[in-house]
Design a binder for this molecule. Structure first.
Ligand SMILES: [Zn+2]
Length: 135
């Protein structure tokens, strides 16, 4: 059986601490999508809401201000570019995104868009090529 993959909902930019590639920009990610037939993509940089105590030394610096550097996302016809994040659920069940912060992030940055989990919708348009990375 052959599968057609036209989406990637777990992509890290150069902002994630797991990424060592300075070419991993949102423009290059969008270019990769355009050149490879991806219709929906989502950046999911690592994130820990700074209002929640207990971030690990690794997650801590990857706060709201940090991941917002990817915004605004570049746009291109035919590709939906979503903004999301990857966070941690600690053993004590503390999640690295507070509901309040999540709502603020959505309403201040993506007013007209709908969201499911920490994934925000946005329309994409434009770009150059590059490789995708997943940490
Ligand atoms: Zn990841």
């Amino acid at each position: 059986m052959k599968y057609t993959i036209d989406h990637d909902l777990h992509i890290h930019t150069k902002l994630s601490s797991c990424s060592q590639d300075p070419r991993q920009t949102t423009e290059n990610i969008l270019g990769y999508a355009l050149n490879n037939g991806l219709k929906t993509i989502c950046v999911t940089d690592h994130y820990w809401d700074e209002t929640i105590p207990g971030a690990s030394a690794w997650y801590g610096p990857q706060n709201t201000e940090h991941i917002r550097r990817s915004l605004p996302l570049p746009q291109a016809e035919g590709v939906r570019f979503l903004f999301g994040c990857e966070t941690e659920l600690r053993r004590d069940l503390t999640l690295g995104v507070s509901p309040g912060r999540f709502v603020n992030l959505i309403s201040s940055l993506f007013r007209p868009h709908i969201c499911t989990c920490p994934i925000l919708r946005s329309r994409v348009k434009r770009t150059p090529p590059s490789a995708l990375c997943c940490g």
